[in-house]
Design a binder for this molecule. Structure first.
Ligand SMILES: *Cc1c(COP(=O)(O)O)cnc(C)c1O
Length: 234
């Protein structure tokens, strides 16, 4: 079941890449396993999936510590409290949800020195929703420059979750704004030699639209693992 769901998501990505003239190798699939049991992750792993995303720190810790496979790359994609940064810095390969300097500094200071730099995406509140996490579009550049100075972090790009719209054109415009912000950052002298290469955008319902606008990593939960229980969902 999970294996065939992964195959379906892979073919959706392929198809979108064909339509929008993207190289399929440039779009990765992050399997979002939040709230799902370790058995489900093992099933996805057996089907070849290697990148997994988690939203809740405690759940990330338990799943990483279950040693499902040592070639798994764990991505933390949820809101972060200061008292959880150490466990995340010790276990994750990527964090997609950095939206303030204080958290970035803690991740930098707590990253084990023998580990490679932690890959970071800045979460952008692209539609300026008052209740949503993420830095505002006007503050992205300042935050990017600050993270760039931290030696144990490697800034890779931007993550965003647009306001859900029935209107696909509006969703695409939001994704397009994220891509434009990434180019703006890459135009800065600080990033000339090592441009950011990651746009973490698109989920089960809108991954094709995100690929149309340049996504390099789609984060897919429901369409791989099935619907989640509402109360523990975000
Ligand atoms: C839950 C979640 C996803 C996956 O969403 P689906 O609609 O289930 O594919 C992706 N990104 C983030 C940040 C999430 O919290």
């Amino acid at each position: 079941m999970i294996a065939s769901n992964i195959a379906t998501v892979q073919s959706r990505v392929q198809r979108a890449c064909n339509i929008f003239e993207r190289n399929p190798a440039s779009v990765g699939i992050l399997a979002v396993s939040k709230t799902k049991p370790i058995a489900a992750i093992r099933e996805a792993y057996a089907a070849g999936q290697r990148h997994f995303g988690e939203n809740y720190a405690q759940e990330l810790f338990e799943k990483v510590d279950a040693n499902i496979g040592d070639d798994i790359a764990w991505h933390f994609i949820g809101p972060m409290q200061s008292n959880k940064t150490r466990g995340i810095a010790e276990r994750a390969s990527w964090v997609h949800s950095v939206d303030r300097v204080k958290i970035a500094k803690r991740l930098n200071d707590q990253r084990p020195t023998k580990a490679p730099p932690l890959n970071i995406c800045i979460q952008v509140n692209i539609d300026d929703e008052p209740t949503k996490s993420g830095v505002s579009t006007t503050e992205v550049i300042t935050l990017a420059k600050r993270i760039h100075e931290l030696p144990h972090l490697k800034l890779r790009g931007l993550m965003a979750i647009p306001t859900p719209h029935a209107d696909e054109a509006r969703t695409r415009r939001s994704f397009q704004k994220v891509a434009e912000l990434l180019s703006e950052i890459n135009d800065l002298t600080e990033f000339k030699d090592t441009p950011l290469d990651t746009l973490s955008m698109g989920m089960s319902a809108d991954l094709e639209l995100a690929i149309a606008e340049g996504s390099t990593m789609v984060r897919v939960g429901t369409d791989i693992f099935g619907a989640r229980e509402k109360k523990h969902d975000q």
